[in-house]
Every structure is written in structure tokens, then in C-alpha cells.
Design a protein around this ligand. Structure first.
Ligand code: NAD
Length: 481
């Protein structure tokens, strides 16, 4: 079989030990890999490279397109960029896939039947990193959800379900509150779901969905989520399955993919032959499927399950009543190697016969052109006078074209006209100017309006156009409005 080039980083802390164990096991399983090693992490950061990765390492990653990465240590103190976030964004790794499986009774868990795969959107949402302090009292973070970004992740979840014989894809959003952003995610989920009639689909509001996941995870199969919910709930899911130390994950892009353990570099355990290599090994098994060496993935995964079920455990999952032998990193790897070709008897063996990660088609559908009209503007002001009526009266005379002041909100709550005196107000005001019947305004009208308001002495901190798309108003109203 042809050797597949991959890029490997041994990382920091326990990284080198668990990577060596992982590579030894893969080799014993018959992996055909042509390994290029790169240096990332602490040493690179401390050499003055704030990204923690050298230009030559990027060159290797872009060439091999497959990255097996051990955890790294981010040095204490400011100024160091998260290598994970950088890698994800630069290489367009839009999908984070994290299987969370219980291995009861061999690893203690309250949810012995749990077998959930979290598919997290990896590039958008509140993680776009667009944050500003706007007034002395208020900061903002922009939550960006795109249709193509959502379509890609939702398609990925359904394609994954199909490839891995999963029965159901669940979507979590908070679209009862965030009707535009999470609303789009839910809408795209419903649209894409119709193309996969063989797979059941459902949607839960994230709060009750999260509660159900923590309480009865066996109700779920594949769960797809926007970035923030996925970040939080994938850790919850891994932990309640048994241990975050046992979970691997993949970060998939259209070209490049990265595979890793979900835990960190555990510096206190470094160099003592103590660490559990299982998380990284499971990440590497996902990599073997990704590069089409499914037989190796299956052999290694089953040998690992057999080792677990034989009670050969590292310190982190060692349990007097269940485990038979407490072993170090190297001995654990040796035990897996000795079981190569065996299958578990009590745990369910895995089969990767029909699985394929590489051929997923996640291309978003072309969109029909839409007719966009600007019908008004939200002008955000910084104003330390807390009287909304005074502000409303002062701004009411300003009318340009068909736009006039229709509403003022403070932290999203309508405070003018007819606000409640009980509503707490900050120094951050949204003043909505629009036409009554959603008639179009020009951008020149918006500029003229801002000119007039600025000349009158108001401090504009930002504006947001109010638009209709094919005649439909696509902006939120204020609460209480
Ligand atoms: P950690 O995951 O490294 O360790 C948390 C705890 O889990 C520790 O008590 C450790 O002893 C234990 N543990 C973790 N992995 C283990 C394993 N394989 N076997 C046995 N025990 C294990 O989290 P932390 O201590 O918060 O972070 C340490 C460093 O790792 C930090 O510098 C952090 O920035 C970094 N980190 C890196 C990644 C990554 O590279 N993907 C992810 C998370 C944290």
C-alpha cells in the first residue's frame, strides 16, 4: 500500500510520550504513513514567535494536508495566540468532530449506554473575534453566522451520520431568542435535513437540549451545533461519557484536517511515563479513516477496546475493583500492540468497513439573487444622560427622506416611546430611524441623518442598516417593542 504523507507535532508536556505511544501502535496496526515532523508550541512561542508555529511548519501542513497534533503548552502571560484557533481559521477547519463514548463497566460513568458524536461549527459565531468597547459601560462581541458556513457544518453532520451508520442528527440552537443568527442555523438545518430522508432529524432549544444531554445522553446520536454551544457541550459530553482523557477529535477542512486529543499537555505528568495515550490514539484512528486506511483504524480501535476491557489501565482511569493492572504510557501501548487483531468481547467492536471521511460533499448550494432594500438605520449613541424621554424628544425632530425616529432601546429593551421607568439604562442607546411602511431610503439619506445628529452634538458609536430581503424585514425588534 502507498504510504500517505502526514505532518506530526510531538507537542509539549506529556505530548512526546503519548505521540510516541500512538505512532508505535499505529505502526503495529499496519499504518502506511510517511511522517514529517514539525515543531510547534512552547519552544516556538518562547523563541519569539507569538503564533507558536514556524512558517516552514505551515508549508508542511499545506503539502501533506493531514496533521496529527499532540497537545501543546501555551506559555503563561499575554501576547501568545491560541495555536488551535489560528490553525482552525487559517486552514479553514470548519468542523470539529468529537465522539463521546462510554466504556462501561470498564471506565466508570453514570451513562453506560452513551455514544454521542458532537459536530461543532468551528469558525463562526461569537468566535469570529470581533469585539469592541463601545462606551464606558458597554462592550460588544459580534455573533456572525453565515449561510454557507452553516450549510457546510450541517451537511457534514448528515454526511458523517450516513457514513458511520448513525440514525439521527439533532440540532441545538437558541433561535427562540436569537431569531436571525440561530434562526438561520435552524432554518438551514431543516432545509438540509430534507435531503437525508434516511436519517432522523430533530431540533432542541440548546438549554433544554443540554439538560437532556447531561441527563440522558443515550437519547442522542449525532448533535450539530454552532461554535459556542459546541465548545461547551462537547466538553460536558466527553466528561460525562467517562473522562476527557479518553476523547479524541478531528478538525476537518475542505483541504486540510487536524487530529488530536481533547485534553491539554498536563505538564505536571510530563516525562514520568504516566499519561494515558488514548485520547490522541482515538484522534489518530479518525485520521486513519480520513486517509482511507480503514482496516488499520478498525484493527487498532478494536485492539484498544480489548486492552480497556482486559482492565489494563493508566492511572487516570485505574479503578481497584475493575482494573487488573496499572500501567504506564509505554506499557499501555505495548498491551494494545499485543492485542492487535483481537476484538473486544464485552464492549461493542467497531467496524469502519463503510466509513469514509474524505468523500463528504459539503458544498453549499448556490443561492438565488435577492432584492435588498435599505429601509432605515439603527444609530447607536453614547450618552450619559439616563433619561430616555429626553433623548427621544431631542431626536424626534430629525427626519430625512421617509425615515424618522421610531424607537430607542437600551441593551435591547425598548425605553422610548412608552418605556417603563423601572428599566435600567446604561450609556449605550440604539436609536431606530425608519420609514413607517418599509419604504426604501438611500445611503445618502442615512449619511445626512448622521450628519444632522452629529452636528447637534450627539456621539454616534456605530450604525447598522435596516434592510428588507425580497420585501421581508430582516432585523430584530426591541424587546417590549
Ligand atoms: P490538561 O488537559 O493538560 O490537564 C487537566 C488534568 O487532566 C490534569 O490533572 C492532568 O493530570 C490530567 N490529564 C490530562 N490528560 C491526561 C492524560 N492523557 N493522561 C492522564 N492524565 C491526563 O489541562 P490544563 O492543565 O488546564 O492545561 C495544561 C496545558 O495544556 C496548558 O498550557 C493549556 O494551555 C494546554 N492545553 C492544550 C490543548 C491543546 O494543545 N489542544 C488543549 C487544552 C489545554
Amino acid at each position: 500500500m502507498e504510504k500517505i504523507p502526514i505532518t506530526v507535532a510531538y507537542g509539549d508536556g506529556i505530548g512526546p510520550e503519548i505521540m510516541q505511544a500512538t505512532l508505535d501502535i499505529l505502526q503495529a496496526g499496519g499504518a502506511q504513513l510517511d511522517i514529517e515532523t514539525i515543531e510547534i508550541g512552547e519552544k516556538v512561542y518562547l523563541s519569539g514567535n507569538s503564533a507558536g508555529i514556524a512558517p516552514s511548519a505551515w508549508e508542511s501542513l499545506r503539502r501533506t494536508k493531514v496533521f496529527l497534533k499532540a497537545p501543546i503548552t501555551t506559555p503563561q502571560g499575554g501576547g501568545f495566540k491560541s495555536l488551535n484557533v489560528t490553525t482552525r481559521k487559517v486552514l479553514g477547519l470548519f468542523a470539529n468532530v468529537r465522539p463521546c463514548v462510554a466504556y462501561a463497566p470498564f471506565v466508570s460513568t453514570k451513562h453506560p449506554k452513551m455514544d454521542v458524536v458532537i459536530v461543532r461549527e468551528n469558525e463562526e459565531d461569537l468566535y469570529a473575534g470581533i469585539e469592541h468597547q463601545q462606551t464606558q459601560e458597554v462592550v460588544q462581541c459580534l455573533k456572525l453566522i453565515s449561510r454557507p458556513g452553516t450549510e457546510k457544518i450541517v451537511r457534514y453532520a448528515f454526511e458523517y451520520a450516513r457514513a458511520y451508520g448513525r440514525k439521527k442528527v439533532t440540532c441545538f440552537t437558541k433561535d427562540n431568542i436569537m431569531k436571525q443568527t440561530d434562526g438561520l442555523f435552524h432554518k438551514v438545518f431543516d432545509e438540509v435535513a430534507t435531503e437525508y430522508p434516511d436519517i432522523e432529524n430533530e431540533h432542541w432549544i440548546v438549554d433544554i437540549g443540554a439538560a437532556k444531554l447531561a441527563d440522558t445522553p443515550e437519547l442522542f446520536d449525532v448533535i450539530v451545533m454552532p461554535n459556542l454551544y459546541g465548545d461547551i457541550l462537547s466538553d460536558v459530553a466527553a466528561q460525562i461519557a467517562g473522562s476527557v482523557g479518553l476523547a479524541g477529535s478531528s478538525n476537518i477542512g475542505e483541504e486540510v484536517a487536524m487530529f488530536e486529543a481533547i485534553h491539554g499537555s498536563a505538564p505536571r505528568r510530563a516525562g514520568q511515563n504516566l499519561a494515558n495515550p488514548s485520547g490522541l490514539l482515538l484522534g489518530s484512528i479518525m485520521m486513519m479513516v480520513h486517509i482511507g486506511q480503514n482496516d488499520v483504524a478498525e484493527r487498532v480501535h478494536n485492539a484498544w477496546l480489548k486492552t480497556l476491557e482486559d482492565g489494563i489501565h493508566t492511572y487516570d482511569i485505574f479503578d481497584e475493583g475493575v482494573s487488573t493492572q496499572k500501567v504506564g504510557t509505554r506499557e499501555f501501548a505495548q498491551a494494545v500492540i499485543e492485542r492487535m487483531g483481537q476484538k473486544p468481547e464485552k464492549l461493542t467492536p467497531v467496524s469502519y468497513e463503510n466509513a469514509s471521511n474524505v468523500s463528504f460533499n459539503v458544498t453549499p448550494k448556490a443561492q438565488e439573487p435577492v432584492n435588498i432594500e435599505t429601509v432605515g438605520v439603527d444609530i447607536f449613541l453614547r450618552c450619559t444622560d439616563r433619561d430616555p424621554n429626553k433623548l427621544g424628544n431631542a431626536l424626534s425632530p430629525y427626519k430625512v427622506g421617509k425615515m424618522h425616529l421610531t424607537m430607542i432601546t437600551n441593551r435591547g429593551v425598548k425605553v422610548w416611546p412608552d418605556g417603563f421607568s423601572e428599566t435600567f439604562c446604561t450609556d449605550h442607546w440604539r436609536c431606530r430611524f425608519k420609514s413607517e411602511e418599509l419604504e426604501a431610503s438611500s445611503y445618502q439619506d442615512i449619511l445626512d441623518l448622521q450628519q444632522a445628529i452629529t452636528t447637534a452634538g450627539f456621539d454616534i458609536i456605530k450604525t447598522e442598516n435596516l434592510c428588507t430581503f425580497n420585501g421581508e424585514a430582516v432585523f430584530s425588534a426591541g424587546q417590549g417593542a
